[in-house]
Design a protein around this ligand. Structure first.
Ligand SMILES: C[S@@+](CC[C@H](N)C(=O)[O-])C[C@H]1O[C@@H](n2cnc3c(N)ncnc32)[C@H](O)[C@@H]1O
Length: 201
């Protein structure tokens, strides 16, 4: 028969408590870390709401992408830019169509996701994604510019396009340019797309 002294019982209880508090600390650190991670990722998606012009992440629909592609030449060396490229779906679709396509996007998570999607789709070499502010990004070197924006930004983006992308063709999704005259329109409700040739303005 084993004899356990009072001192030994007290010591065992203290060790048990110490182990419990280490587990509690580990749990706290894990949940804290997960919480911080979620806050950082979500912050990038909420941040646009606090900017002067709120341009949230709303991905293009399949119909919208189909309408954009109708204005693009197939398999030529033209360079396309999607302004606010989101998860990269328009850039990837344009690259699969045969163009060299690039996107500029402020949300770093969407940029990482876009690069990964492009890799998975086998169009890494034909695509590039920049994690930059669209208002500070020069759009001079592009033949095609796609913009799926919000109504409040169209006046300013039109000014930027006219000043920088003098020879480009512009495809606007959902909202048209306020002053430019479109060459062509695909009327399709929320998936409507306007086509402009800045060379002919
Ligand atoms: C309406 S979504 C369009 C996404 C994509 N073009 C598509 O059609 O699927 C607009 C995107 O612009 C990004 N955005 C908002 N403000 C921006 C800024 N200042 N510079 C770059 N991207 C921005 C948002 O994060 C969002 O992903």
């Amino acid at each position: 028969m084993e004899f356990i002294s009072g001192n030994e019982t007290l010591h065992n209880k203290q060790t048990e408590r110490k182990q419990l508090s280490t587990t509690a600390k580990l749990l706290l650190a894990c949940t804290g870390g997960i919480g911080l991670g979620i806050t950082i990722v979500c912050g990038s998606f909420v941040a646009p709401a606090f900017r002067k012009i709120c341009l949230p992440y709303v991905p293009a629909t399949t119909e919208q992408i189909g309408n954009v592609l109708k204005f693009l030449p197939k398999n030529n060396s033209s360079k396309l830019l999607d302004i606010g490229s989101g998860d990269g779906r328009i850039v990837i679709a344009a690259a699969k169509h045969g163009l060299h396509a690039e996107g500029v996007e402020l949300n770093p998570w969407l940029v990482y996701f876009s690069r990964l999607s492009a890799f998975r789709m086998g169009v890494s070499k034909q695509t590039r994604f920049f994690c930059k502010d669209l208002w500070k990004f020069n759009i001079k070197s592009y033949n095609y510019v796609v913009i799926f924006g919000v109504e409040q930004m169209m006046k300013d983006i039109e000014k930027k396009l006219v000043a920088e992308a003098t020879d480009a063709k512009v495809i606007a999704c959902r909202f048209p340019m306020p002053h430019l005259k479109p060459e062509s329109i695909i009327e399709d409700g929320v998936n409507t797309v306007w086509f402009y040739d800045l060379n002919k303005k």
